[in-house]
Design a protein around this ligand. Structure first.
Ligand code: FES
Length: 177
């Protein structure tokens, strides 16, 4: 570039993905904490929400996050066999797989990710965030989030999301009967 030439950046180039991570208190949140204490580098694309167990995350939380502006949602919990509530993470796996299947119909399934990260895996936590950020960058912005919500097409997406949530809740009620 010659001297004095203006640098232009498009909106897309300035865009930074917005990832919401639900991390279980006992393992993954501690893993994230370890990544921070160890000064491991990962992109500032993630906001972490602490939950007591990965099974606490309901499909409606995921759909609401996508509807309200997240480009990607990560659920992180203890490795299988390590859940502090015995089978919480196994239940979470079933639930997330069902949610993924429902989201696949809307082309949003790749925006949801489930990972097992222990308290001692700070490095793994940082790598998962890097990988997921790259994946979301390739996918681009979440089509259901603001400001596109004003268009008739995105209103339709929102209606779909509500329907998906109802179906998933109904499925879980039936499973628990
Ligand atoms: S307590 Fe960590 S997944 Fe259940």
């Amino acid at each position: 570039m010659s001297e004095g030439q203006a640098v232009t950046t498009t909106k897309e180039e300035c865009w930074v993905p917005n990832i919401l991570a639900f991390a279980c208190n006992w393992c993954s949140y501690a893993g994230a904490d370890l990544a921070g204490v160890s000064r491991l580098q990962y992109p500032p694309t993630v906001k972490i929400l602490r939950v007591m167990c990965s099974s606490r995350v309901e499909p409606s939380f995921i759909l609401k996050a996508l509807k309200d502006g997240a480009d990607g949602v990560l659920i992180a919990g203890c490795h299988i066999g390590d859940c502090h509530y015995i089978d919480g993470n196994k239940n979470a796996e079933v639930r997330i797989n069902n949610t993924k299947k429902a989201l696949a119909k809307l082309g949003l399934d790749k925006r949801l990710r489930l990972e097992w990260i222990s308290a001692s895996e700070g490095l793994r936590f940082s790598e998962v965030i890097k990988e997921f950020t790259d994946e979301i960058k390739k996918l681009g912005q979440n089509p259901v989030k603001e400001p596109q919500l004003k268009t008739p097409e995105s209103r339709l997406w929102r209606a779909h999301l509500l329907l998906v949530n109802r179906r998933l809740m109904f499925k879980e009620v039936k499973l628990n009967e």
